[in-house]
Write a protein that binds this ligand. Structure first.
Ligand SMILES: [Zn+2]
Length: 215
């Protein structure tokens, strides 16, 4: 190919085999390889192409698959709204429950979830406010594949994993699947408590009211 026909496109998404540069102009950096036969540098991996004009090196930064909620996945959400028939959450990230629960990672974008009153618990829910409150951190299962996501917390492993006392702001400790006790003032509050909350398998680090990491 002629060198004049190759136009450099910074930050372009490339797939393996794509021509990135001619070898006289750029050396092959990470994520690329030299195609001597054609005198070009090609992408070795899928990702974003970068040109270092000082060093005259072209390289490709591999693109990770974006983490988004999927039907069947277990997610962590923060309750942002409780209405009489639905609980609204901001979805933070995904959790792998098997073989042992662990935080898989934060979602690559902002997603919201909704737990319909019928999907809260394996019983008739008379008063939704006895199950979830604003700011609760909830483990839930995703039911569909588009935003906003419908969630369920009916199975015992799903529900509140972290909550604070609505009177004093102290940390609530799980007592059973329907109640939690304030570690500071002793107040008992009703929740739909995840079976994993009491096992302390999922420990959470909180920063400014947001989940920053789980382990
Ligand atoms: Zn309290």
């Amino acid at each position: 190919m002629s060198s004049s026909s190759l136009k450099k496109q910074e930050n372009k998404e490339v797939t393996p085999g794509d021509i990135l540069a001619i070898i006289e102009e750029y050396d092959a950096g990470e994520g690329t390889y030299v195609d001597l036969e054609n005198g070009v540098v090609r992408a070795a991996v899928a990702g974003i192409v970068y040109y270092d004009d000082k060093a005259k090196i072209v390289y490709v930064k591999p693109k990770k698959d974006p983490l988004v909620p999927r039907a069947g996945s277990s997610v962590i959400g923060v309750v942002t709204q409780v209405k009489h028939d639905v609980v609204i959450l901001d979805l933070v990230g995904e959790v792998d429950l098997h073989p042992v629960p662990r935080f898989k990672g934060e979602f690559s974008g902002r997603f919201s979830g909704a737990i319909n009153v019928a999907n809260i618990a394996d019983e008739y829910v008379k008063d939704i406010f006895d199950y979830y409150k604003l700011g609760d951190i909830v483990l839930a299962r995703v039911l569909n594949n588009s935003n906003p996501y419908h969630l369920t917390t009916v199975p015992p492993q799903y529900g509140v994993i972290y909550a604070t006392c609505s009177k004093c702001g102290g940390l609530l400790h799980p007592i059973n699947n329907r109640s939690m006790k304030c570690t500071r003032c002793g107040r008992i509050e009703k929740r739909k408590v995840s079976a994993l909350a009491s096992s302390k398998i999922l420990s959470i680090k909180i920063k400014k009211g947001l989940v920053v990491s789980l382990s």
